[in-house]
Design a protein around this ligand. Structure first.
Ligand SMILES: Cc1cc2nc3c(=O)[nH]c(=O)nc-3n(C[C@H](O)[C@H](O)[C@H](O)COP(=O)(O)OP(=O)(O)OC[C@H]3O[C@@H](n4cnc5c(N)ncnc54)[C@H](O)[C@@H]3O)c2cc1C
Length: 269
């Protein structure tokens, strides 16, 4: 019989940073020299759980999450941060992760802003759960910068003839990126210009006519996600299986605090 702990402990990949690219003032692409095999492809919101070692802690070699969890106290386990697989190129064996550089606070953002080729990154995954449904009449994609990689991947997946409306909220025009799609896409960049994160997105989605068989992908800061969930599901009656919606991060909370409090903050999750 399979060891139940093996099922709970995700597979770990160690990859080297091949190059980095500053996409915009606040977005950095880190390209990893990918593993031999990587199970990404089914979803456009595939994500990995990055494992950042804690300074001063000696981890067993080879680095083994199961052993770490068994042998070390929880406060010494690596710090986990979640990032979307912006692209997995199996031929080039390249894995792209796009990081929001949101200041000096935190671990992953500052790491991405400063990392150099040759450095090593460990991660578990990929997980994922959404891809544009081929039978949807149209697609609504809405998010802030943290969801931009997943929205970009979804737009790239949409075939010619598909219809989409995308709303991406960024701090200002300098954060816009060129996104590719074969589909018929109406893309709106919303500039925060000092407003609270998500405010412009909520306004934009509230104004929309959501008639027809629409599939929605809405992700980003937890506060606006909490406002949009009842709007989409209760007010506008979108079916549960047509809506992918979750808080990717929460203002004023690091990822550990957000993950620990998400059900309390938004019981409908
Ligand atoms: C499934 C999933 C996919 C994700 N994909 C991506 C992705 O592709 N790219 C990406 O950049 N993020 C993505 N995120 C969000 C990312 O995991 C969080 O933003 C994470 O908190 C960043 O870690 P950190 O160490 O930089 O900051 P933390 O240590 O977690 O937080 C430090 C402080 O920074 C604030 N903060 C965190 N993120 C942001 C932000 N985006 N903007 C402004 N302030 C912030 C926090 O509120 C906190 O006050 C994803 C999250 C999930 C759940």
């Amino acid at each position: 019989m399979a060891d139940p702990r093996a099922r709970r402990t995700p597979r770990l990949t160690t990859a080297e940073v091949r190059r980095t690219e500053r996409l915009t003032p606040h977005m950095v692409r880190v390209v990893l020299a990918g593993p031999e095999e990587f199970g990404a492809g089914e979803f456009t919101d595939h994500y990995v759980k990055l494992q950042f070692p804690r300074p001063g802690v000696e981890y067993p070699e080879p680095f083994d999450l199961q052993r770490i969890r068994e042998e070390l106290p929880r406060e010494q386990w690596p710090v986990t941060r979640t990032y979307t697989v912006r692209r997995w190129d199996a031929d080039a064996r390249e894995l792209w992760l796009d990081f929001v550089v949101h200041g000096d606070e935190g671990i992953a953002g500052p790491w991405a802003a400063n990392v150099k080729p040759g450095e090593v990154l460990r991660f578990a995954g990929p997980g994922g759960g959404y891809a544009p449904a081929p039978d949807a009449e149209w697609h609504l994609l809405a998010g802030d910068e943290s969801a931009l990689p997943a929205i970009a991947a979804a737009l790239e997946r949409l075939p010619a003839g598909a219809k989409a409306r995308a709303f991406i909220e960024v701090s200002g025009p300098e954060e816009e990126q060129k996104l590719e799609s074969a589909a018929d896409v109406e893309l709106t960049w919303l500039h925060r210009s000092g407003a609270r994160v998500g405010e412009r997105l909520v306004e934009a989605v509230r104004k929309l006519d959501l008639s027809g068989d629409v599939q929605a992908f809405v992700h980003g800061e937890a506060g606006f996600v909490k406002e949009l969930r009842p709007l989409l599901r209760k007010e506008r009656g979108l079916a549960k299986e047509r809506v992918s919606i979750s808080g990717y991060w929460r203002l004023g909370h690091n990822e550990d605090a957000w993950q620990a409090t998400k059900r309390e903050f938004d019981p409908q999750v």
